[in-house]
Design a protein around this ligand. Sequence first.
Ligand code: RUB
Length: 367
Amino acid sequence: MRVKINGETRELWTLWREGVNVKIIDQRYLPHRFEILTLHNHCETAEAIREMAVRGAGAIGVAAGYGIAQAALEAKEWKLKDFKAYVSKAANTLKNTRPTAVNLFHAIDRCIKAISSGSVSERVASACAESDRIALDDLEASKKMGEYGNALIGDRCHILTHCNAGALAFIDNGSALAPIREAHRSGKRIFVYADETRPRSQGAKLTTWELQQEGVHYALIVDNAAGHYMFRGEVDLVIVGADRIAANGDTANKIGTYEKAVLALENGIPFYVAAPKMTFDIKCPTGKSIEIEERSSDEVNWVWGVDEDGIYRRVRISAEGTTALNPSFDITPAKYITGFITDVGVIKPPFSRSIREAFHPKKDKGN
Ligand code: RUB
């Protein structure tokens, strides 16, 4: 993505690997502070995922893959006798960070599979190569989603999006924001409603920042204003990202996505989910089997931001002693989803069949 930092324009990925180090744009401080954080080992990478310094399904998948490459490099560097045990332990540490986005698990499994045989040096090379390939696959997938999704966007289209499914949630471009970027770059005069997305405000902090950098016209709205604009006929299309999509099309995404989908159907507005192959989990038959991450009640009771003196601080917004419930994701049942914008095209209902056919075409022969 092209970012302007202190007047200087730079072309950056959200995260990348430099030998054993992983570099990330630290998303905890945006849009107020732009910082690149260096993660020196797989434990630091796991911590960055848990603390959401790197977040978004695609980005945490890539980070987890890099984490396995780091573990392999660490085991080689320290000449550990049991290379396999060390990397397996690292895989568990990385898997125990955030449970909902399946990209993380798919990326770890891909890297572990890639290092199942060979000498230690060969396995280390394979871990690094596979993790780099995951990043490149994500990059390619977001380009494709941008192209396929752009075809659904007309000139003067008003699009609503939830959370941040942009370049920051991916390697570059994003999932939901990829078609929006593509439409803008192709000269369409689009307008984006960015839901603020409480409690962590990824929409307010990250989506607004990305749209501003890209030069797209947008407005930030509070989460509960979406219905108001839909009812007035001011939203033409909804595009969101996804953290895990079950075999029947039920979709886990940021908390609040479900109600946007219900409102969209009620108001006759197409509701699309943009996600690459890595986000589909055909081992999950329905949304009921997707684990939903519960996060700290502090994220609801307190908000972070800059004060008038430019000091970044946290303020409490609820009564002292309040217990807040904080499910990080919800499930949107497939019946509310118009289609999936994927890297292999737009998938339409009936989803149980079309998802299977899109990603496992051979198995369908004779069915
Ligand atoms: C992010 C979120 C995003 C999806 C899409 O949640 O719900 O919509 O991850 O991501 P969090 P992608 O901020 O809690 O990680 O664009 O990578 O598919």
